[in-house]
Design a protein. Structure first.
Length: 263
């Protein structure tokens, strides 16, 4: 039986996923800018000639070594690949719904002068995973498709134990709690409790895996044609999110890109 985990309020903080088309999105109504890259900080962040810090939108790469902490697996490979692709190059930034993050960094899909979509390239090479947010999710579904291809082929990071997709709550180690991870399983039941909906992946919600969908985010699911209670029940889902130590293990979902219905 899975060992019950006690909720720690620190893990109430969290975020998740957003993505794209395998060709350059139409730009007629999309704000964009051209800038030259002068410095690459890590696998998903760089600096341009006007001093702007740019964060690649809808993806996340492993953390590079900072403050005496060891780099995560494939962090250096992502840094090397991004440097090789865009350093000293002129790139086109295509912005999403929200242009900047709380650190003032520009959030963008990035394209080389030859039209290569850098965000997707890193996903295809297994050097990044999809990372979306409720207010920045315009191209999520396409990037998820490319991520799943890389996972199936065990490309790059997907061959490493850190990026294992869990299918049983009992297999989730304590080290995975508080981290962004993937889980796949069948929804046994769904129930609305006060101001949120719970998707339960086992018979005992106190010890099994669950997904929590706060009511304030329900509209995003409705806009995608999803009734969170009816449409997920009995379906096998692929979950992306931060694992939280609530009862068994819980992921809070704020937008539909976090929950992919599998065949």
């Amino acid at each position: 039986m899975a060992k019950p985990r006690i909720y720690v309020s620190f893990f109430g903080l969290f975020t998740t996923l957003i993505l794209t088309l395998s060709t350059t999105p139409a730009l007629a109504a999309v704000e964009q800018a051209w800038k030259r890259v002068t410095h690459v900080i890590d696998g998903d962040t760089f600096v341009t000639d006007d001093g702007s810090h740019v964060r690649l939108l809808n993806i996340n790469t492993a953390e590079i070594d900072r403050h005496s902490k060891r780099s995560e697996p494939f962090a250096n490979q992502a840094l090397t690949q991004l440097t090789k692709t865009i350093m000293n190059q002129r790139v086109r930034l295509v912005f999403g719904e929200r242009h900047k993050d709380r650190y003032g960094r520009l959030l963008a899909h990035v394209y080389t002068e030859k039209g290569q979509w850098v965000n997707k390239m890193l996903i295809d090479l297994g050097l990044a995973h999809v990372y979306t947010f409720p207010d920045n999710r315009s191209h999520g579904k396409t990037l998820i498709k490319h991520e799943n291809i890389a996972k199936k082929q065990k490309v790059g990071m997907w061959a490493h134990p850190r990026w294992k997709t869990y299918t049983q709550v009992g297999d989730i180690p304590d080290s995975a709690i508080g981290q962004f991870n993937h889980y796949e399983g069948k929804v046994v039941s769904a129930k609305r409790v006060r101001d949120r909906t719970y998707l339960n992946f086992g018979d005992n919600w106190r010890t099994d895996f669950s997904v929590e969908i706060p009511n304030r985010f329900e509209e995003l699911f409705k806009q995608s044609g999803i009734d969170t209670e009816k449409d997920y029940t009995g379906k096998k889902l692929q979950i992306r999110g931060v694992f939280m130590p609530v009862n068994g293990v819980l992921v809070r979902a704020t937008h539909p890109e976090q929950l992919t219905i599998l065949p």
